[in-house]
Design a protein around this ligand. Structure first.
Ligand SMILES: Cc1cc2nc3c(=O)[nH]c(=O)nc-3n(C[C@H](O)[C@H](O)[C@H](O)COP(=O)(O)OP(=O)(O)OC[C@H]3O[C@@H](n4cnc5c(N)ncnc54)[C@H](O)[C@@H]3O)c2cc1C
Length: 511
């Protein structure tokens, strides 16, 4: 007879590893089943061209929660956080000034910002006042207001008090600006359109939204309030520490073990069946993979209520991000500042160009002036490429999942060409430095990483998909199926390398 586990975690992405470790530390016998050959999901490093490695398809580790790091004692297991801030560079095309090198630190940023310098100081001060409240209020299991339990009512009361403690002016401002579009709010602060586009990027990356879409300002506030130091070595270093934590806690891990279905008896889960036919039994399943995949593909047919099936089918998951990795023989110098070796670059000339980059997606096309979020990890991690060579990790916004005419090889080549042409405007030599490349369309991201609809956050980030995520029935990690929990980025508080959904789901399982 096969072994019976207390919990099977489906998916060894960073959230799955966080959940598995916390459950094992609490005494569960835990098995992680990961479909791919390696752990880490979107944070895993991969060789994309002989001798050149990525730092994960998601190259942003600044949203990792410090309380998750502390809870799993990741620092003791070798996780190092960056001590020095990485500024973001918005280059100008040759002959159009020097662009902006933006620090979060207002004093350091000041010489770059001209007339906006004073406002930038006030902007940062406002966010610094907001951040402690936002962090405390949002990083917890969502309350269930329908049941009116004492604990939930107490949490709500404490949140209301925390809000009031912000002071009347900041509290009213938070109510006013949360639902706004990011373009309007930033234009209240700054005159430089380049600065506005630079700041607005994270509010719209991954979304089916441009900067003029209502609600996008909430994404900016969340991104800014939760930003902290990045992880030295990026996603792969985070995954290595999480794997050590999991194994130390006694978690068993199996890679190349895709789950084909969740097994049930009566109304409760009993285990999983792997592709290939093996069954593994467990009292509880924690699905750290995509919620649509879990509920619609893995559960036996007709186990969901019509309401839940409708809800999960309409959980908006429209991918708009592609990823391009470039293997370069040297650093691509930027014409407007040839001596600068920036590690983080955002390309968008202003708010309207950012909106125009989004527009074609609605008609299943991508435009020429794509918005790019570029990291050059080899600036600090030289061993990702041969000596003196570099890796460009390019998040490409906005690119439709369902391209008109389909994602043929020609379409994929056209996308790479559009990215290179866009980069060349700022770094004219870049094309001649390319030794190899990898282009991952939203459809490729779905096929390789199990992102439904190619949506990078496992479900779009929007106010309506934040607290009630992915559906009302599953918004607090438990599902209506006894023993089945959701614990990946498709659950509250959403995507990003945060560790929060994995950790909060365990709190819920143990409450
Ligand atoms: C190109 C790109 C850029 C991004 N940029 C940002 C950013 O700048 N900022 C930000 O906040 N977020 C960003 N994200 C989103 C962020 O990376 C994700 O939200 C986060 O990594 C999700 O982590 P996870 O552990 O929940 O899921 P994942 O990392 O997706 O892990 C899920 C795991 O489940 C496995 N799996 C799936 N199905 C099965 C099955 N049937 N059986 C077994 N295993 C299975 C998968 O192989 C995978 O390893 C980006 C994502 C992408 C793709």
């Amino acid at each position: 007879m096969s072994e019976r586990w207390d919990t099977i975690v489906i998916g060894g992405g960073h959230n799955g590893l966080v959940a598995a470790t916390l459950l094992a530390q609490a005494g569960d016998r835990v098995l992680v089943l990961e479909a791919r050959e390696r752990l880490g999901g979107l944070a895993a490093g991969e060789e994309f061209h002989p001798g050149y490695r990525t730092i994960g398809v998601d190259h942003d580790t600044t949203q990792l929660r410090s309380w998750v790091v502390a809870k799993l004692r990741l620092r003791e297991l070798g996780l190092e956080l960056e001590s020095e801030e990485t500024p973001v560079f918005s280059p100008a095309p040759a002959g159009n000034g020097g662009g902006i090198l933006l620090w979060r630190d207002a004093e350091r940023a000041s010489p770059e910002l001209g007339d906006d310098a004073a406002s930038y100081g006030e902007y940062r001060a406002f966010l610094a006042r907001l951040a402690p409240f936002v962090r405390r209020a949002l990083d917890r299991v969502p309350v269930d207001i329908s049941e009116q339990k004492i604990g939930d009512l107490w949490t709500l009361a404490r949140t209301a008090l925390g809000l009031r403690m912000l002071g009347r002016s900041d509290m009213m401002e938070l109510f006013r600006i949360g639902p706004m579009c990011v373009a309007d709010w930033l234009r209240e602060w700054f005159t430089s359109d380049r600065l506005n586009a630079l700041l607005a990027g994270p509010a719209v990356y991954g979304g089916y939204t441009g900067p003029w879409s209502p609600g996008t300002n909430a994404n900016l506030l969340l991104h800014e309030c939760f930003a902290g130091p990045g992880v030295k070595g990026g996603g792969p270093a985070l995954v290595a520490a999480l794997e050590r934590a999991a194994r130390d806690a006694g978690v068993e891990v199996r890679t190349a073990a895709p789950v084909q279905s969740i097994q049930m008896e009566g109304d409760a889960v009993t285990g999983v069946r792997l592709e290939g036919g093996e069954t593994v039994t467990a009292a509880r399943i924690a699905a750290a993979c995509n919620p649509r995949h879990t509920l619609l593909d893995l559960l036996p047919a007709e186990r969901l209520s019509l309401r839940l099936e409708h809800g999960i089918s309409h959980f908006r998951s429209r991918g708009t991000t592609a990823k391009v990795h470039l293997a370069l023989t040297a650093y691509p110098s930027f014409a407007c500042r040839p001596d600068l070796t920036a590690a983080h670059i955002r390309i968008a000339e202003g708010i309207d160009p950012l909106e125009r980059a989004f527009d074609p997606v609605k008609y299943r096309r991508f435009g020429d002036d794509l918005a790019l979020d570029v990291r050059v990890p080899t600036v600090s991690e030289a061993d990702l490429a041969p000596q003196g060579h570099h890796v460009l990790s390019v998040g490409v916004h906005f690119v439709p999942y369902e391209l008109d005419g389909g994602w043929t090889d020609e379409a994929r080549s056209a996308l790479l060409e559009a990215v290179l042409t866009r980069l060349e405007r700022y770094a004219p030599e870049v094309r001649s430095l390319v030794a190899g490349s990898e282009t991952l369309t939203p459809a490729d991201l779905e096929a390789r990483y199990g992102l439904a609809g190619g949506q990078i956050h496992h479900g779009e980030h929007g106010l309506d998909q934040l607290f009630v995520r992915p559906t009302p029935e599953c918004a607090r990690y438990a599902t209506p199926i006894a023993g089945l929990y959701l614990c990946g980025g498709g659950s509250y508080p959403g995507g990003g390398l945060t560790g929060a959904p994995g950790a909060l789901a365990v709190e819920r399982m143990r409450s």
